[in-house]
Design a binder for this molecule. Structure first.
Ligand code: LAN
Length: 749
């Protein structure tokens, strides 16, 4: 397999910092746009994974394609035929599990985990392409070609615009940024797709109606002027920690985006003007570019983008910043101090993640900051650009940007659990697949807290797992938990090696115990550092619940159920604390139930997802349909939503509106599996509705054992959807497996 290119070592600057520019560096890259083609040859794409780092390679050389043949996984991701034989038709749920595993095993990557496209959001790819453009690292032609194909495929079939996410209606965020991206990768303005998108953009008022994040990127490109961007003052980082609005208290994603944004805002940096930028100034607006009232349109926004309108308080703060703070009090001394501290925080983020960064939004912005600060040839810039490749993914439609640098640890944990729930961990047939998974999780455990943990406001992470890989290295309460659960399950199964010793398991548990909030619930990356009132400062407009950590039934369940499992095997480690944790977590789960009996899901759609977790929590302490009014109400809620065909079909609209909404395309396999898992865990007494759902899942299984992609499964910040393509394997397998072990003699077909 081809070794990945690595940025050559940092120039040996005397202070050891990678940011000094070597004298040989010069700004000699040109900003020529790539040579676009109709399409690439899909048979030349290969996915490489090294240490859980995913990169797609295009092999232009015929010899290389022979030396590195395409795997099943490559072909599957690219939508190419796999030509797998038909499997004997499953006549019972356990055989359906075996067929499903036979297929899913083919997709396991050599390192033991599963890959997947992690698309959905439509504002991530523009960041990567813009960062590469302004730092004069244009994307190669084969990326450009497939980016074009993907965005063409994802244009709204009616109006030609793009939404916040792939299933959403056209917004200015999606349309202005993706239109610009297409132009940057080489599509001409008179292409019919562009003409149609431009007409929609103009009908919606032109780019001045774009929300804050789009205005920011378009300004960095030089298509807009800084006056149109609401203030992002890095001075906020100078506030003492005790100040209630200090940014260290914000949700990690918000503060890590605010950080590089504030640095660039403060510098008022703009990319070199090119012909293309001048052309875009003519294309994106309805009015004459030279006559636009930039300052007067800071708050202009299209209703489709205005999910969370800015509060009157924030508008007043912005007015004061623009009219009083900036001209009068923002002294040179303060600006320099704020920029220096922001720059240091950016360095710590880059160093702690080896330039992967938390997610593609801040990764793209940090890339630009390093370019502005360290110069074009700097190690920091080259390493960033390399690592940005790890968020790009190729599918049948083209090239997209993943929401994170993968779903490696998370999907692997669920795959193991599905096999466990079917009672198949001891079956030698699946042992090689499971051993490889265990080896991957062993390799990916984070062994140390970050350097300068307190200085850069990070949460402890020793012994944890991240959602994607250890390079990114951000512990999340439920990612640690689901991975640890899977490790314990396998290591306690006869015939499996102990790759992770007790001390490392205790490290994980100790970190998990740091995640409980005073209410008993768990949040995602950290415990909340401020209250919901902080949303008054939510400036992003397009998302809700973004400013601070909230409390999630999903995360709480994951920690709670893993601690219960841990306790069975290690009854003497921090026993009282674990017992106390469990009691308080269950109490919170109960208090979080909605009056209709369901729970609101924050990371999957929506009530169905969270109700599955909540019922699992209750079941883990012996509370089920027969003995718990909470479990009964939860089951009754699910049963009331079952459709005629036995399936469930919640739409992403439920996340936005807070009400259960049916998906127009009817029953979904993943959704049905979630509901069934909840019902089976809660020991719902009537088997008939459960059998009906199981039958639907079996009927949808393809002759080669796979399930096909249906509607989008995941969500974040209430308004943005995100795909979890491996859920169509792990959750149906889990539901079928649970059914088979709970009712071994039941016939379904
Ligand atoms: C994720 C993906 C995983 C997800 C789960 C583990 C499933 C969840 O249970 C906890 C929260 C977490 C870790 C999560 C948080 C928000 C993320 C990182 C994402 C949904 C993937 C993309 C999203 C991120 C915020 C996208 C960038 C957008 C911004 C608004 C900054």
């Amino acid at each position: 397999m081809m070794a990945r290119k690595q940025a050559t070592e940092a120039p040996a600057a005397s202070n050891g910092s990678p940011k000094k520019r070597s004298s040989a560096d010069s700004d000699n890259h040109d900003v020529k746009r790539p040579r676009l083609q109709e399409s690439t040859d899909k048979a030349r794409w290969r996915l490489s994974s090294e240490g859980g780092r995913h990169t797609w390679h295009y092999l232009e050389d015929d010899e290389a394609t022979k030396e590195w043949p395409q795997s099943y996984a490559d072909k599957y991701f690219l939508g190419m035929p796999l030509d797998l034989p038909e499997l004997p038709k499953a006549t019972n749920p356990l055989d359906a599990v075996r067929n499903g595993l036979t297929f899913f095993e083919k997709l396991q990557l050599p390192e033991g985990h599963w890959g997947c496209e992690y698309g959905g959001p439509m504002f991530l790819l523009p960041g990567v392409v813009i960062a590469r453009y302004v730092t004069k690292n244009p994307v190669p032609w084969y990326y450009a070609t497939e980016i074009k194909n993907y965005l063409f495929a994802r244009a709204n079939p009616v109006d030609g615009g793009w939404g916040l996410h792939i299933e959403g209606e056209s917004t200015m965020l999606g349309t202005t940024l993706n239109y610009t991206t297409l132009r940057l990768v080489g599509v001409e303005a008179d292409h019919p797709v562009m003409v149609k998108a431009r007409a929609t953009m103009h009908k919606m008022g032109g780019a001045i109606y774009a929300p804050h994040w789009a205005k920011f990127w378009l300004t960095v490109l030089g298509i807009m002027k800084w006056e149109i961007v609401n203030p992002v003052p890095p001075e906020l980082w100078l506030l003492p920690d005790w100040v209630p609005i200090a940014p260290w208290r914000w949700w990690i994603h918000m503060r890590q985006v605010f950080l590089p944004m504030s640095y660039l805002w403060s510098k008022k940096w703009q990319a070199e003007e090119t012909d293309l930028i001048r052309e875009l100034r003519n294309e994106l607006f309805v009015e004459d570019w030279n006559k636009i009232d930039w300052a007067g349109n800071r708050n202009t926004i299209h209703p489709n983008d205005n999910y969370h309108p800015k509060t009157a308080f924030l508008n007043t703060v912005n007015w004061l910043l623009v009219n009083i703070w900036n001209p009068v009090f923002r002294t040179k001394y303060l600006v320099e101090k704020a920029e220096a501290w922001a720059s240091e925080l950016i360095d710590m983020e880059d160093e702690n993640t080896d330039y992967s960064d938390l997610a593609p939004v801040n990764a793209a912005m940090n890339t630009v900051c390093c370019y502005v600060r360290d110069g074009p040839g700097a190690f920091s810039v080259r390493r960033h650009v390399e690592r940005l490749d790890e968020v790009l993914w190729v599918n049948a439609e083209g090239m997209l940007c993943n929401g994170t640098n993968g779903v490696q640890c998370w999907d692997t944990a669920f795959a193991i659990q599905a096999i466990m729930d079917a009672g198949l961990t001891e079956d030698p047939r699946w042992r090689p697949m499971l051993i490889k998974s265990l080896e991957f999780l062993e390799d990916q455990q984070i062994r140390e807290n970050v350097k300068d943990q307190d200085k850069c406001y990070r949460h402890p992470r020793k012994g944890a797992w991240a959602f994607s890989n250890k390079d990114q290295g951000y512990a999340v309460s439920d990612c640690v938990s689901e991975a640890l659960k899977s490790v314990i399950i396998l290591q306690k199964t006869p015939g499996f090696p102990t790759l992770i010793d007790d001390q490392r398991i205790f490290d994980a548990v100790d970190t998990m115990l740091t995640y409980q909030n005073p209410s008993g619930a768990c949040s995602s990356y950290e415990t909340p550092r401020a209250g919901q009132w902080m949303e008054v400062l939510n400036a992003a407009e397009v998302f809700g619940n973004i400013m601070v950590e909230y409390e999630y039934p999903e995360c709480t369940t994951a920690v709670l159920t893993t601690l219960s499992l841990f306790k069975k095997h290690w009854p003497n480690h921090r026993t009282a604390e674990i017992d106390n944790f469990i009691t308080r977590a269950v109490k919170w789960i109960k208090s979080n139930q909605k009056p209709h009996g369901g729970w609101y899901g924050n990371w999957g759609i929506c009530f169905t997802y969270a109700t599955m977790f909540a019922l699992e929590s209750l079941a883990s302490v012996g509370e089920t349909y027969e003995n718990s009014k909470y479990a009964k109400k939860g089951c009754d809620f699910l049963i009331a939503k079952q459709r005629e065909d036995g399936g469930w079909s919640e739409s992403y609209k439920a996340c936005e509106t807070g009400k259960y909404v049916e998906h127009p395309t009817g029953s979904q396999v993943v959704m049905t599996a979630w509901a069934l898992i909840g019902l089976i865990k809660a020991k719902y007494p009537d088997i008939e509705p459960i059998k009906k759902g199981i039958k639907l899942i079996m009927d949808r299984q393809q002759p080669n054992g796979e399930w096909l992609q249906e509607a989008i499964e995941g969500v974040f910040n209430k308004s943005c959807m995100i795909s979890y393509p491996n859920y169509k394997f792990s959750f149906p397998l889990k539901a079928l497996g649970l059914f088979a072990t709970r009712y071994p003699d039941e016939k379904v077909v």
